[in-house]
Design a protein around this ligand. Structure first.
Ligand code: PRP
Length: 209
């Protein structure tokens, strides 16, 4: 059985509706991507370890809270870039390591074209950011790169996911947590998510023409 943590909230559904509507302009599309990215990151970070840190309020001293360990945001270019700023707003101390992957239009297989990952010193937890999980080819390649870097805790944040993609990530990386706003019905013959929202990258960056 495929496993993903899926959000169930009326505001999430409203933003998803905005993303799905074909007449939604890029600015409004980016806005909903940003809101949903924050919500995904909020839930995906619920188990982050914390440490107490002494602080002074204007009134007195007390123990505050700080995140323990290094958090890495791994946006998959292009579309994942749109999720970086909103998630950084929530986790300002996170590091951002970019991965460039695109899906070949004929084969639907991921093509790797850029990586900013260092050879050593992996982050403690990696949040892979990509609005779409379709066949799962891009996500599993990103997970592979995280594993090769030495990351022990990997979480995948996708706004919209297909069952096929969840299944692939689950079977190849059973320890990777998948967080999605919604799981759609299926992939069509062109490997597009149905009913879906089209191509997130093109709609975010206004390159549909
Ligand atoms: C889309 C999407 C994912 C990938 C999902 O990117 O943002 O990265 O496809 O498909 P998969 O699960 O079948 O691998 P795309 O290849 O369109 O590149 P882009 O972000 O540059 O538009």
């Amino acid at each position: 059985m495929s496993k993903a943590r899926v959000l169930d909230h009326p505001l999430v559904d409203c933003h998803l509706t905005n993303l799905r509507k074909k007449q939604t302009p890029p600015s409004a599309f980016r806005h909903s991507v940003a809101e949903l990215s924050k919500i995904l990151a909020y839930f995906a970070s619920a188990d982050f370890p914390t440490t107490a840190s002494a602080i002074e309020t204007p009134i007195q001293g007390m123990q505050g809270t700080a995140i323990l360990g290094r958090v890495g945001l791994i946006p998959i270019m292009r579309a994942g870039i749109s999720m970086v700023e909103p998630v950084l707003g929530l986790i300002p101390e996170a590091e951002v390591w970019h991965l460039g992957l695109y899906r070949d239009e004929q084969t639907a297989l991921p093509v790797h074209y850029y990586s900013k990952l260092p050879d050593s010193a992996p982050v403690d937890v990696a949040l892979i950011l990509d609005p779409m999980l379709a066949t799962g080819g891009s996500a599993t390649l990103a997970c592979e790169q995280m594993r090769d870097w030495g990351v022990s805790k990997i979480k995948l944040l996708s706004i919209i996911a297909a069952p096929e993609g969840i299944q692939k990530v689950n079977s190849e990386f059973p320890d990777v947590e998948i967080h999605a706003c919604v799981v759609d019905e299926k992939l069509n013959e062109d490997n597009f998510i149905v009913p879906g929202l089209g191509d997130a990258g093109d709609r975010i960056f206004n390159t549909l023409h």
